[in-house]
Design a binder for this molecule. Sequence first.
Ligand code: APR
Length: 225
Amino acid sequence: MRITVLTGAGISAESGLATFRASDGLWENHRVEDVATPEGFAADPELVHRFYNMRRAAAAGARPNAAHLALADLARRHDLTLVTQNVDDLHERAGSPDVIHMHGSLTGALCAACGHRWPAPPVMSPDDPCPACARPSTRPDIVWFGEMPYHMERIWDALESADLFAAIGTSGNVYPAAGFAQAARRGGVECVELNLDDSANARDFHRRITGPASRTVPDWVASLG
Ligand code: APR
């Protein structure tokens, strides 16, 4: 079966990584404008690097949970396209072979001047010279608000060609990901949502499975055979 899965911060919550819109979430303690926009980076690159250095350290100290492991297992039995909004590498560390990071990844660094990409060191600073052009214009390879998500053509193809679409641990607040279920549904694809609570786009799904991902995802994967 061809399955397309979208994951959000909720799949990593039980690995101890903060989500964005919970009461103690990242956006409660940081202004999006300051740390997740090109304008914020231009205004204070030091603050932005500190924010992502903290998140990179948290991700490095976290471990994949049963939900990540179940999706890695799913890829061994079905034609799975795994898309994540998350920038941690817990899917990769769980063994998922091909993870599409539509919002980039904490493991990547990008030169704002020449576009060169390389593996991010654990700690980045505005003074780091680009390995290719030597200019001090390095940034985390993260897609900020107002920037184009990565790999969208491949993602739309995977949504249209799927037999089944599942969204796991995402609040359905941020487009284009929040529109994936509607797009899949228009193409006649069965849509299921796995979440702890109701998402903002819950009505776009044929079926909803409520509970913590570390319990619901392994059960759901087992049900697919
Ligand atoms: N199991 C399953 N779902 C959970 C769990 C859990 N243990 N804990 C939280 N959730 C759900 C919440 O109910 C919520 O619907 O995960 C979702 C987290 O929502 P957000 O914090 O908004 O995270 P996400 O949907 O991934 O945000 C999307 O917004 O700020 C941008 O770029 C950022 O990629 C992010 C995007």
